[in-house]
Design a protein around this ligand. Structure first.
Ligand SMILES: NC(=O)c1ccc[n+]([C@@H]2O[C@H](COP(=O)([O-])OP(=O)(O)OC[C@H]3O[C@@H](n4cnc5c(N)ncnc54)[C@H](OP(=O)(O)O)[C@@H]3O)[C@@H](O)[C@H]2O)c1
Length: 352
């Protein structure tokens, strides 16, 4: 299928223009002084919470032990991280039943430099610039020692080499969101020539679903929803139809879609917008048939597969205009994400 996608893609010449106000901040290069295993300290700065709750449980600590590296892991000197809604849902205790024990250093998404490798690591070496979602199963025992820290230990298989054309801050916003976007498109059977409606097109995941559907999978038509101020962004990402959800109900449109990708939690309405026999991929909320919900599996092969599109700029990270937030402003960054009004990704950079 990927061969088909690639050959399809070679035929299209997307002219993706992300307005400067919402495109990644190209000045956001994080400091990545080379640090080798011999110079890794025993303690580090990190954001930590010791109980579940609101943003007030987050504490900045300056002498947290640097995580041990298992045989199949590398130690990453973190240059940039990104927040995802799962970070605050976890902090609020919503994953309590399957979470690792407290205390927790939050953070799934990372971009940084390998500074130490485990004994079984074959493909990565010190000095490699990498990025990835550090938790293979998003909800099942996510790591106690996450990416909102100077160092994080990650399985080699969860990391990919950072696209050279992206800086660390831009790269950090991609892994969890783009792997989710891709997995949902695959699971819904999306392919060239099909139409799609993306609910939440301006969010971290939605902004990538729109781009992948249009520029990688070869959608015949992409529609997406957002509030009024983000409609132009949707079009710049590749949407043929940008629907203002403050003015129109998408399910009342006469047009029906092969796939509806629900990144908002509106499955009861989403199923009214799909054509008979189509698919409704759901990320959150209650599921109404024929909708299906899935939980992303961190998968660096998706990053590797999409590398040419990222290198060429055919698929672009969308970074919120208020980002990046410096490491000292993690509480503010969480509060902002929790408004549910962000655009693209909330990045933390530089770290520390
Ligand atoms: N199942 C999984 O594996 C998985 C993986 C990733 C994420 N998720 C979940 O999926 C959801 C989206 O994740 P995300 O990272 O994309 O979140 P996000 O970036 O925080 O989403 C924020 C965006 O949602 C938009 N939005 C809010 N209400 C909307 C509505 N009624 N209609 C259209 N757009 C709306 C906002 O745009 P406006 O300001 O224009 O409203 C904003 O741009 C979260 O609940 C997250 O936990 C699940």
């Amino acid at each position: 299928m990927h061969l088909e996608l690639t050959s399809h893609f070679q035929k299209i010449q997307p002219s993706l223009v992300v307005p400067p106000s919402v495109s990644a901040n190209s000045q956001a290069h994080a400091s990545t002084e080379a640090s080798t295993s011999s110079s890794v300290p025993s303690t580090m700065k990190a954001w930590v919470y010791r109980e579940y709750g609101g943003v007030d449980v987050l504490n900045f600590e300056s002498s947290v032990p640097v995580p041990e590296v298992k045989d199949d892991q590398v130690l990453v000197k973190v240059a940039a991280a990104a927040l995802n809604p799962v970070d605050f849902k976890r902090r609020q205790g919503m994953l309590k039943a399957t979470d690792s024990p407290l205390p927790t250093i939050p953070g799934y998404d990372v971009a940084g430099v390998v500074v130490k490798v485990g004994s079984q690591v074959k493909g990565l070496k010190e000095g490699d610039e990498v990025y990835g979602d550090i938790n293979e199963k998003a909800l099942d025992g996510p790591k106690q020692s996450g990416s909102l820290a100077e160092y994080t230990a990650v399985e080699e298989k969860l990391l990919a080499l950072k696209p050279k054309s992206l800086d660390f801050a831009q790269a950090a916003g991609l892994p969890l969101a783009i792997e989710t976007a891709y997995e949902g498109l695959e699971k819904s059977g999306f392919s060239a020539g099909k139409s799609i409606l993306v609910l939440g097109g301006a969010g971290g995941v939605g902004s990538l679903v729109v781009q992948l559907a249009k520029h990688v999978f070869g959608a015949s038509r992409v529609a997406a929803t957002s509030s009024t101020g983000k409609l132009e962004l949707l079009k710049s990402l590749g949407a043929d139809l940008a629907i203002d959800y403050t003015k129109e109900n998408f399910e009342d449109l006469p047009e029906k879609f092969d796939v509806v990708y629900d990144a908002v939690g509106q499955c009861d309405r989403a199923v009214k917008a799909v054509r008979q026999g189509g698919s409704v991929a759901v990320l959150t909320g209650a599921v109404t048939p024929p909708g299906f919900i899935f939980v992303v599996t961190s998968n660096s092969s998706v990053l590797t597969k999409l590398n040419p599109y990222l290198e060429s700029g055919k698929v672009k990270p969308v970074v919120d205009p208020k980002a990046p937030f410096p490491f000292s402003k993690v509480v503010e960054a969480f509060s902002y994400l929790e408004t549910n009004r962000t655009t693209g990704k909330v990045i933390i950079s530089p770290i520390p």
